[in-house]
Design a protein around this ligand. Structure first.
Ligand SMILES: Cc1ncc(C[n+]2csc(CCOP(=O)(O)OP(=O)(O)O)c2C)c(N)n1
Ligand SMILES: [Mg+2]
Length: 137
């Protein structure tokens, strides 16, 4: 939560010859979104995959289950973020992937480009979160 992209920058600096991917939620990436610009400015060929569901979904789901709040209570569907546009505004190549096969192709393409790339994957905010699986739901 917030540390994925900064940690990927450190991993890439320590392993310049290896492909590095940061797997982020939209809420988590927003906590350090300016580091996309660091990757561009420092020419770090990180691939950032952001799973965008317009929500702190694990928090919203727990609030709904345990405290009876409405579905998506902490989300922001009326103010959706467009991560490819954000990344492109920082000078980064960006794609949107639709489905698993497309994501696989885009990740391969991003690694082959040897430059920082962002890939956005739109996901369903009603998809069960990790906390639900941990409770056996
Ligand atoms: C620094 C920090 N702030 C807040 C939290 C509490 N927290 C855990 S998960 C989460 C929301 C994650 O949202 P997102 O990255 O969009 O993932 P999603 O659950 O939607 O897949 C929050 C706020 C945390 N773990 N660490
Ligand atoms: Mg989210």
């Amino acid at each position: 939560m917030g540390t994925g992209l900064p940690a990927a920058i450190g991993a890439q600096l320590a392993n310049p010859e290896k492909p590095v991917l940061a797997l982020c939620g939209d809420g988590g990436l927003m906590m350090a979104v300016h580091e996309l610009h660091t990757a561009v400015a420092e020419e770090l060929p990180i691939t950032t995959v952001v799973f965008n569901n317009d929500d702190y979904a694990i928090i919203s789901e727990e609030a709904e289950r345990s405290y009876g709040l409405e579905s998506g209570a902490y989300g922001w569907p009326s103010a959706a973020l467009d991560f490819p546009t954000i990344a492109e505004g920082m000078g980064m190549t960006a794609f949107r992937a639709d489905g698993v096969a497309d994501l696989e192709n885009r990740v391969s393409e991003a690694i082959a480009r040897d430059e920082p790339v962002l890939i956005e994957v739109r996901t369903d905010p009603d998809e069960p979160q990790a906390s639900a699986f941990m409770e056996g739901a």
